[in-house]
Design a protein around this ligand. Structure first.
Ligand code: SF4
Ligand code: SF4
Length: 475
């Protein structure tokens, strides 16, 4: 498959390269749910003292992935619904990994070959991995077919890969070496047979890098010289060419549940290095704070549980805003009851909330409107524009402009599938390959009729597997 479509939206509010280290919090609100995880198995009691790196809870449905205490403090289980609160939070020496410690749901003695994987799971580094095709957490003890490492984050307002690497190129390269050490093929033929068949001892690592000349790129290439197991893949700097499902297809790696493709971004590689070189828990991450509702968009060094109100305090422009957990095109609004950053949060996007409908909004030329269709005066301005939650006029039927098809990186026709779904034609939508949609959100963004195409595509995927293929999936 070739890369096609895609679109970079010129909007204000992208985080600068600056990284601010947030002040130490005195209380942490650790959400027990995140996009993939539900930490339903509590491992602490109310009033218990914890140290940094202690296991607070585990997700039994995701290989026992742990929720770790980022700071020392006293546990409060009933102080806030859906959270474990750490009162009197304080930085103190982090505990090094104890290979003898028990981890819920993980065999005590998995054998030498799996020692490193167990360590990654215990120290919170495994949470950075996903299955490239499904986006879910892969089995830490499974055998991947390949690993895709991406240095790109192209969705507006997300944490930038180059900022994450920063001056940690040595750590990043060492992280790649650690990942390679996890990939020894158990079925590889030995000796002459291996040489004759040209079989590698390790599964490949595909390192995705932007197709641009940069100092960082040159340095990384120099460091990786001689690392034949890394295949550097250059892609254009265009959203959503950082999408793992798309990249797996581009690399010809078809879905196969028995041989998944692992996917990890820059932050994950650095977490692997921290866990396997320094044997320390990975409880701090780089989080972007961006969007036109923020006065000074930048990157923040924060930990799960950090109070969101404290992050936003004094940083927002006037007016009502909507805070999203993630980037500007695919993220969902932060649930009203969520008080702290969750373990998967990589960025907060703040958009000005438009509560009033504009009178005849669709007819006004709009200098401040982001428009793919060149329908507004904004198209003649060579400047980045404001991204808001405004619908800008009424919902309208499809006008067959074809923009959604033009930007779609999956090569499908969202407008056609929309029409099939409108008359409940699930089989027709399946035949039109709605399954190829990667949920990038570009079709919804460019649609001049403001049809929520992306949501419809993802909903149709679920309905197809539930309503058309439920019987096939039964054992
Ligand atoms: S149909 Fe899916 S892949 Fe195509 S633009 Fe829309 S959300 Fe992206
Ligand atoms: S972008 Fe919207 S209006 Fe244009 S063809 Fe697609 S669904 Fe129809």
């Amino acid at each position: 498959m070739r890369l096609r479509g895609g679109y970079n939206i010129a909007v204000t509010g992208r985080p600068s390269r600056e990284v601010e280290v947030l002040p130490e919090p005195d209380v942490l609100y650790l959400p027990l749910r995140s996009r993939r995880f539900a930490f339903t198995e509590l491992c602490v009691k109310d009033g218990q003292r914890v140290r940094p790196g202690d296991v607070i809870a585990a997700d039994p449905k995701n290989f026992g992935v742990p929720l770790l205490a980022p700071r020392a403090g006293t546990i409060r289980l009933h102080a806030s619904d859906g959270h474990v609160v750490i009162e009197g939070a304080a930085a103190s020496a982090e505990q090094q990994y104890d290979p003898e410690a028990d981890i819920p749901h993980v065999p005590k003695d998995p054998g030498e070959a799996d020692r490193k994987r167990r360590q990654l799971l215990a120290l919170g580094a495994w949470q950075f991995f996903s299955d490239a095709h499904t986006g879910m957490l892969p089995d830490p003890f499974g055998t991947p077919r390949a690993v895709i490492v991406s240095t790109l984050q192209l969705e507006p307002f997300q944490t930038r890969g180059d900022v994450q690497i920063g001056k940690r190129l040595v750590d990043f390269t060492r992280g790649l070496e650690h990942i390679q050490s996890l990939l020894e093929r158990r079925d590889a033929p030995v000796g002459r047979l291996r040489r004759a068949t040209g079989t590698s001892l390790h599964q490949p690592i595909h390192l995705v890098f932007p197709r641009v000349n940069s100092r960082l790129g040159a340095e990384l290439r120099e460091r990786l010289r001689g690392h034949a197991w890394v295949n550097i893949v250059h892609v254009p700097l265009r959203y959503p060419f950082d999408n793992f499902r798309l990249l797996a297809r581009y690399l010809g790696l078809k879905p196969n549940p028995k041989e998944p493709v692992w996917a990890v971004q820059t932050g994950g590689v650095l977490a692997v290095d921290r866990a396997l070189t320094r044997h320390l828990p990975c409880t701090v991450r780089l989080v972007s704070l961006g969007g036109p509702g923020v006065m000074d968009p930048k990157h923040l060094k924060a930990m799960p549980g950090y109070p969101i109100s404290r992050i936003l305090d004094g940083r927002l422009k006037d007016g009502t805003v909507r805070v999203l957990n993630g980037g500007g095109l695919t993220a969902a609004a932060l649930p009203p009851g969520q008080l702290g950053l969750d373990v998967e949060c990589s960025g907060l996007t703040v958009l000005p909330e438009h509560t009033e409908r504009e009178f005849l909004g669709f007819m006004r030329p709009g200098f401040d409107r982001v428009s793919y269709s060149k329908a507004f005066m904004s198209c003649v301005l060579p400047i980045a524009l404001r991204h808001t939650t405004a619908l800008r006029g009424e919902l309208r039927p499809c006008v067959s402009c074809g923009y959604c098809e033009e930007v779609c990186p999956a090569g499908i026709m969202p407008h056609l599938i929309h029409k099939y779904l409108y008359r409940d034609g699930l089989e027709e939508a399946e035949a039109a390959r709605v399954d190829l949609c990667v949920g990038c959100g570009l079709c919804s963004f460019v649609c001049p009729s403001k049809i929520e195409l992306c949501g419809q595509m993802l909903d149709a995927q679920q309905r197809i597997s539930r309503e058309l293929h439920a019987q096939e999936e039964q054992p």
